[in-house]
Design a protein around this ligand. Sequence first.
Ligand SMILES: NC(=O)C1=CN([C@@H]2O[C@H](COP(=O)(O)OP(=O)(O)OC[C@H]3O[C@@H](n4cnc5c(N)ncnc54)[C@H](O)[C@@H]3O)[C@@H](O)[C@H]2O)C=CC1
Ligand SMILES: O=C1O[C@H](COP(=O)(O)O)[C@@H](O)[C@H](O)[C@H]1O
Length: 248
Amino acid sequence: MDDPVLLTGSEGRVGSAILGDLESKYEWRLLDREPPAADPSHEFFVADITDYDAVYEAVDGVGAVIHLAGDPRPEAPWNSVLGNNIDGTHTVMQAAVDAGVEKFVFASSNHAVGAYETEERKPDLYRTHDEFRLDGTELPRPGNLYGVSKAAGETLGRYYHDEFDLSVACVRIGNLTEGHPPIDYERGQAMWLSYRDCAHLFDCCLTADYGYEIVYGISDNDRKYYSIERAREVLGYDPQDNSAHHDD
Ligand SMILES: NC(=O)C1=CN([C@@H]2O[C@H](COP(=O)(O)OP(=O)(O)OC[C@H]3O[C@@H](n4cnc5c(N)ncnc54)[C@H](O)[C@@H]3O)[C@@H](O)[C@H]2O)C=CC1
Ligand SMILES: O=C1O[C@H](COP(=O)(O)O)[C@@H](O)[C@H](O)[C@H]1O
């Protein structure tokens, strides 16, 4: 990717994992509604993603977008996910298509499929002996309104791919935690995504060729109920971390 890359939600946790490893690899444009904490070393747009004109200005001239901005709270209320996650994602995708962007990487979530974790399956599906796997071909099954908003973002991506030929990768991110997997939290350990695997996976999304993809964003954990085979095959994802290699 020789053209600049727009990173929305750059001031958050996922943004810092991505920039931590990839800052010097791409020419970044950063966008967040919060101003940068320090002097930014990249072009920075303070804007709300529901503001089409501001987003278009940021996206015009980039080759790819990594879209992270949104309300990340599983308990977020409808008015917030409707505005920040659904309207915001629609605005960024529409502006990307209008500006002729080729590739769009969408931060989806494990919560788009959270309701597959039924009482019958829990807690066994969080453990190594259990062979239950979601692989991205299943229908969305959200367990909260936040998950509904992520499923909506994936569907918007499908539409913009089919109608406008935008390459779209939806990454159903698990639990991004810095330095070590979540402690005393089996579910979080099964879906742990380390910072370096996060940066590597989004790097793969910028460099691989694809049409429309849904992949899971977790490290290569022994415990897992999300398959990472599609991410390996299509994107060349080769994670280095595993929650089993930590003591907690
Ligand atoms: N951290 C995690 O483990 C996971 C994160 N995700 C998704 O990844 C994305 C990033 O998550 P985090 O970095 O953890 O969240 P975060 O809250 O740390 O960062 C989100 C950033 O987006 C910005 N933002 C929010 N609404 C905005 C708007 N309307 N306009 C402009 N900027 C806006 C915020 O100011 C913030 O800097 C979110 O879409 C979240 O749903 C998905 C699964 C897991
Ligand atoms: O989508 C998200 O998922 C992670 C993990 O979910 P949790 O239910 O184990 O907390 C969450 O931490 C993050 O905030 C959210 O955006």
